[in-house]
Design a protein around this ligand. Structure first.
Ligand code: PLP
Length: 404
């Protein structure tokens, strides 16, 4: 009998954050091993609970949220999103420009499916949050990765970005604050990216899901506010800043010359309709989340858990021989560099696999983020300080004996 194969559409699609090393970790866990997981940016399991008022809103509205809602989402939630961006200097938008999805993930996939024809090109950072590359590839696009420069606080290399633009380039993806590097881009670099997009007629996709997770006084700028004359699609959601990743609530907002994008918008509307709507009860959390007191500040300001964990992880990591790291200014991750010559490393997936098997610590290899060399890995800074200390001690012990 013929084997049942996966579709060829998936041949080059890759999402290694939950890939084979993760599967092996799950297997070891089932065998009874305790795994220290520094691999996924999911706040709740690390004791980061959502504000009560968000939970109460969802519970109160549950009885009246049994039906489907508009494909773009509840009016009250979309209105709250419009108000939020108006306070950030993005004015030319209405509730019609807002799409609520089952997480930003669903909207990333949708936004790529609606745009790309086979062979169309899109600029995505290296390293990236790999769903962008996976979604663009699945949609038939050719991904051109522009390099981010570790020597320059992981800011995008604009010369490389421009060199990769061709007549088939349709869009550029900007992830700010960045996963996996933790970079928070300056207004100046964002303006330069906008200028490139303007010159070459590109759409800007701005993934800003970490816009409120900032350290040491870093300031976040919404790129849409800097490019009112360009089509921008801004993504954000409740998973990180409000710690309810399991609620699956994200949104995307279109700004700029929407008349020019009528066809694209028709495509987005069609795809939104095809999956009917995002889960309805959870959308009631959005209005409350965006207004008033922002509890995330308790975690990122001096004395806050996220800040202390980032500081401790940075301190311990950079003490390990052969490891260096740009200190993250935002988000929930660090993307350290490892001296591959010193440890004889040629395969970063094997390195994190060996670490998992020997020390039961789970990280993600840099190549999982479409990084170009086997010389990086990502850690998540969500675990408690004592867990970070244990993980770093085990990583140091592992490396002290490791040769590939
Ligand atoms: N974008 C970035 C940069 C992320 O890091 C993540 C999740 O880690 C997502 C999007 C997906 O978020 P959501 O939970 O809203 O699907």
């Amino acid at each position: 009998m013929d084997c049942i194969a996966k579709s060829q559409k998936l041949d080059h699609v890759c999402y290694d954050i939950r890939g084979p090393v993760h599967k092996e970790a799950m297997r070891l866990e089932e065998e009874g091993h305790k795994i220290l997981k520094l691999n996924i940016g999911n706040p709740a399991p690390f004791g980061f609970e959502a504000p009560d008022e968000i939970l109460v809103d969802v519970i109160r509205n549950l009885p009246t949220s049994q039906g489907y809602c508009d494909s773009k989402g509840l009016y009250s939630a979309r209105k709250a999103i419009v108000h939020y961006y108006q306070t950030k200097g993005i004015r030319e938008m209405t509730v019609d420009d807002v799409y609520i999805g089952n997480g930003v993930s669903e909207l990333i996939t949708m936004s790529m499916q609606a745009l790309l024809n086979d062979g169309d090109e899109i600029l995505i950072p290296a390293p990236d949050y790999p769903l962008w590359t996976a979604a663009a590839t699945l949609a038939g696009g050719n991904v051109r990765h522009y390099l981010c420069d570790e020597e320059n606080d992981w800011f995008p290399n604009l010369a490389d970005m421009e060199a990769k633009i061709t007549p088939r380039t349709k869009a550029i993806v900007v992830i700010n604050p960045n996963n996996p590097t933790g970079a928070v881009y300056s207004k100046e670099i964002l303006l330069e990216i906008v200028e490139l997009a303007r010159k070459h007629g590109l759409i800007i996709f701005a993934d800003e899901i970490y816009d409120k997770i900032l350290y040491d006084g870093a300031v976040h700028h919404h790129i849409a506010a800097l490019a009112p004359d360009l089509l921008t699609v801004t993504f954000n959601g409740l998973s990180k800043s409000y710690r309810v990743a399991g609620f699956r609530q994200g949104w995307m907002v279109l700004n700029g010359p929407k008349q020019r994008a009528a066809g694209y918008i028709e495509g987005l509307d069609m795809l939104a309709s095809m999956r009917l709507c995002a889960t309805t009860p959870m959308q009631h959390a959005i209005q409350t989340a965006l207004g008033g007191y922002q509890s995330i500040n308790e975690f990122i300001l001096p004395g806050g858990r996220l800040l202390e964990q980032r500081n401790r992880a940075y301190e311990l990591l950079t003490q390990i021989p052969g490891i260096s790291c740009v200190k993250p200014m935002g988000a929930l991750y660090m993307f350290p560099k490892i001296d591959t010559e010193m440890y004889g490393i040629s395969d970063d997936t094997k390195m994190v696999y060996d670490l998992l098997v020997q020390e039961k610590v789970l990280l993600v290899q840099g190549s999982g983020f479409n990084w170009i060399k086997p010389d990086h890995f990502r850690i998540v800074t969500l675990p408690y300080v004592h867990q970070i200390e244990e993980a770093m001690e085990k990583l140091a012990r592992f490396l002290s004996q490791y040769r590939q």
